[in-house]
Design a protein around this ligand. Structure first.
Ligand code: GTP
Length: 596
């Protein structure tokens, strides 16, 4: 295909601003989908995505569109919408020349839209501003056209107005894509270079890899190589999606499509990597490749210990489709056998957990999530810790924790409560801008650990749901962090150790100790519950002893009743965990961890 008739674009939008609906409408307007074929939200394939209304995996669709007698091919690349997947977003953007900046005409710009807009600008994409949902009675197209115009420096008159619901404005939008976006450029005669912007495991075909060809061309049966690893594979099939995969005789400069090599694991075909010809390799890769970096860690344990092998197999299966998922076995005195799992962020954690529970029928308990800590001990040795239980016992000279740059957009009446929240989470203010008279963008630098807990929920509840949040990693910073242990009769309960800021250690310790006192049944003797930093106890609760044992109820009773009681007690013991001399029902640990 002649690159001059190609246009590659993506849609940048906040969740619920109507990206999927508009995408469907474009597929229909270009005849790629007939109304009969059209299922709602064609691009969102996974059930969970549909239910949660988020897009995790990007896809690309090719659509024909004619302008003034010339037949063009438009490639629409779907970008994931959530902060946890920023790297995938950046690769989808890198595969495009342009982006539609889609904004709900009743809501205006949100933080995520802004963050992705900045990413698109860094990638030098041409931006087409679009207001969606203009059919809504609450739409305020004039107001938000002004907001958008100010933001990207265009005349508000040039902001397109569409409705994904009624189809209004969609044909003009397709024309604008052809007219405003540059055609891709590349060297057709050079050794091939194609960037992988997505990679999806399919149980029938193995890994399906989505690529954007930059130079040269790729053909079926060609021997290709992945430039980050040097591994080579035979190209079994190559083609375009429109809307189903259609094999072609190759992909040339500027084209977007899929390829299949028969590999079975997305780790062999990584997002961001460059595909080249194994026999005539390109000298340089396309740049921008990064290994996925798990940032949030949590222990996952089956509630029923005999499910452990199912959990292990389930993680192995999920890994085929998720290059960012890492895990290793973990053994906890309180929770039994499980895994220490690393995630890109909290949403990634929730998605994985939900898939494990839903698709593999597992009941799981997870420990409080924590981040990565870089520690330098007093003797100068350094280590990286992803599990509080690995925290060194000796003296520590420096601890660094990961930081994020956060953007919050709120109506101006909530500025005070947002600032208060961010400060209470050790945030340093970076700046503040008015997007319009009543909407403000606040920028903070904050420890990642402070936002992985309930920051977003807190933010929403303090702003009546109006705030939007985005963040990206922003280096590390030294912090005064300590490990708080919870001890039952002097024995440490591993699953409850947590790393907190020194100022929060006391409140964490007291909260946990109180919770456990309420949940753990009384024993034959008094059981102290302590929270401690190293050997220093910072909080203490006591479970008082019961006066009499069960058998005392049976004074004078017959022996068979006595035996029955003993049997019963034995049964109960199966679900008991021993912490030192103390018997604790597993339910107590689970309840203490789930009540947050
Ligand atoms: P994510 O996939 O979660 O990012 O959402 P999305 O941006 O793809 O939004 P989606 O297309 O799922 O639309 C969100 C909601 O807005 C749905 O309830 C749609 O029916 C509705 N919607 C989308 N476009 C329009 C529109 O033009 N007009 C009206 N009235 N409603 C719309």
């Amino acid at each position: 295909t002649d690159p001059s008739i190609l246009r590659n674009f993506c849609i940048i939008a906040h969740i619920d601003h109507g990206k999927s609906t508009l995408a469907d409408r474009m597929l229909q307007a270009t005849g790629v989908l007939t109304p009969r074929e059209m299922k709602n939200q064609y691009l969102d394939r996974m059930d969970i995505e549909r239910e949660r209304g988020i897009t995790i995996k990007s896809q690309a669709v090719r659509m024909p569109w004619e302008v003034e007698g010339t037949a063009y091919a438009l490639n629409m690349i779907d970008t994931p919408g959530h902060v946890d997947f920023t790297y995938e977003v950046s690769r989808s953007l890198a595969a495009c020349e342009g982006a539609l900046l889609l904004v709900d005409a009743a809501q205006g710009i949100e933080a995520q839209t802004l963050a992705n807009l900045y990413l698109a600008m860094e990638n030098e994409l041409t931006i087409i501003p679009v207001l969606n949902k203009i059919d809504l009675p609450a739409a305020q197209p004039e107001k938000y056209a002004e907001e958008l115009g100010n933001l990207i420096g265009v005349d508000p008159e040039d902001v397109l107005r569409v409705s994904g619901k009624t189809g209004e404005g969609v044909e003009e939008l397709l024309d604008r894509i052809v007219r405003d976006l540059p055609a891709p450029q590349g060297n057709a005669d050079a050794p091939p270079r194609a960037m992988i912007f997505d990679s999806v495991y399919d149980s029938y075909r193995g890994v399906v890899t989505y690529v954007r060809v930059v130079d040269g061309n790729l053909k079926p049966r060609q021997k290709i190589a992945m430039m980050s690893t040097g591994a080579d594979h035979e190209l079994l099939e190559i083609g375009v999606i429109s809307p189903e995969p259609k094999p072609t005789d190759g992909l040339g400069v500027g084209e977007v499509g899929y390829l299949i090599t028969g590999v079975k694991d997305v780790r062999q075909s990584r997002v961001g990597d460059t595909v080249t010809d194994a026999r005539r390799p390109a000298a340089e890769n396309l740049g921008g490749y990064e290994d996925p970096k798990p940032m949030v860690f949590s222990g996952l344990f089956p509630i029923d210990g005999s499910d452990y092998p199912i959990l292990r197999d389930a993680l192995d299966k999920l890994k085929l489709n998720d290059a960012a998922l890492v895990y290793e076995p973990e053994n906890s005195a309180a929770l039994g056998f499980g895994f220490r799992v690393g995630f890109l962020g909290l949403l990634h954690l929730e998605i994985v957990r939900e898939r494990l529970e839903r698709e593999f029928n597992l009941d799981l308990i997870s420990t409080a999530p924590n981040v990565i800590y870089d520690i330098v001990a007093e003797d100068g040795s350094s280590m990286r810790v992803t599990n509080p239980s690995e925290f060194p016992e000796g003296k520590i000279s420096v601890i660094e924790e990961p930081m994020v740059a956060c953007t919050v957009i709120v109506p101006s009446e909530f500025i005070g409560s947002v600032m208060e929240l961010c400060q209470s989470r050790r945030g340093q203010m970076g700046g503040m801008d008015y997007l319009s008279q009543e909407r403000v963008e606040l920028r903070y630098r904050m420890p990642l650990a402070e936002i992985v807990f309930d920051f977003f929920d807190q933010l929403k509840s303090r702003t009546k749901g109006y705030a939007s949040l985005d963040w990206k990693l922003d280096g590390t910073q030294e912090a005064d962090l300590v490990k708080v242990d919870i001890l039952l009769q002097g024995e440490r309960v591993d699953a409850f150790s947590a790393v907190t800021h020194r100022d929060n250690a006391y409140s964490y310790g007291t909260a946990m100790a109180t919770k456990l006192r309420q949940l753990i049944p009384r024993q034959q003797y008094e059981v102290p519950i302590q929270a401690a930093i190293g050997s220093r106890v910072i909080a203490r609760e006591t479970i008082r002893a019961i006066r009499k044992d069960v058998l005392s109820k049976c004074y004078g009773g017959d022996i068979s009743r006595k035996r029955k009681l003993l049997e019963k007690q034995k049964e109960g013991k199966k679900r008991m965990k021993m912490v030192g001399r103390v018997e604790v029902p597993q339910e107590a640990f689970i309840a203490a961890l789930s009540s947050g």
